[in-house]
Design a protein around this ligand. Structure first.
Ligand code: HEM
Ligand code: ISQ
Length: 155
């Protein structure tokens, strides 16, 4: 799906809002994922040993930031180049990390939904169908690229 310039602006705007409160949105993102897919908790090395989602865990926040940021970059590239152009080495690395952990296709849907709902909550009344479409398209491209690397790696 081709994205509009306005959608790129909307995504950049919402990223600015997310950036201001990473500790909180990181936790929310994880809580949402765990609600739908509790078994995913043990996949994360920094969550495995605790009963709850740790509130002030730098590793957790760093991971969540990467997910938000990569998706945001993916939207921008999709707009500018019509495709995701994250460096091949990064994609290969992400493919192998997720393959090794055993992430499934369905879990990509869970994370997608959790990501969109977290952004929706963060931006409040600025949320719109256009914004959702942009973040969703960016995520889909990124997820497809990671899944392709995973299948490549597995072969
Ligand atoms: C690790 C991004 C989807 C579970 C990572 C890392 C990044 C990342 C950047 C860190 C890699 C490193 O350590 O160098 C993404 C993006 C996704 C995605 C952009 C979707 C487009 C998923 C899904 C799951 C998942 C669907 C399933 C629940 C994990 C786990 C780790 C990881 C368990 C390892 C964390 C650790 O213990 O260090 N991901 N991910 N990811 N991802 Fe994802
Ligand atoms: C997927 N991969 C790595 C880190 C993550 C953090 C939050 C939600 C999903 C993630």
């Amino acid at each position: 799906m081709a994205l509009t310039e306005k959608q790129e602006v909307l995504v950049k705007e919402s990223w600015e809002i997310l950036k201001q409160n990473i500790p909180e949105y990181s936790i929310r993102l994880f809580l949402r994922i765990m609600e739908v897919a509790p078994q995913a908790k043990n996949m994360f090395s920094f969550l495995r040993d605790s009963d709850e989602i740790p509130q002030n865990n730098p590793k957790l926040q760093a991971h969540a930031v990467k997910v938000f940021k990569l998706t945001c970059e993916s939207v921008i590239q999709l707009r500018e180049c019509g495709a995701v152009a994250i460096a091949g080495s990064t994609m290969k690395h992400l493919g192998s990390v997720h393959l090794k952990i055993g992430v499934t296709d369905r879990q990509f849907d869970v994370v997608r939904d959790a990501l969109l709902r977290t952004i929706e909550e963060a931006v409040g009344e600025k949320w719109s169908e256009e914004m959702e479409g942009a973040w969703g398209a960016g995520y889909d491209q990124l997820a497809a690229a990671i899944l392709a690397e995973m299948k490549d790696d597995a072969a």
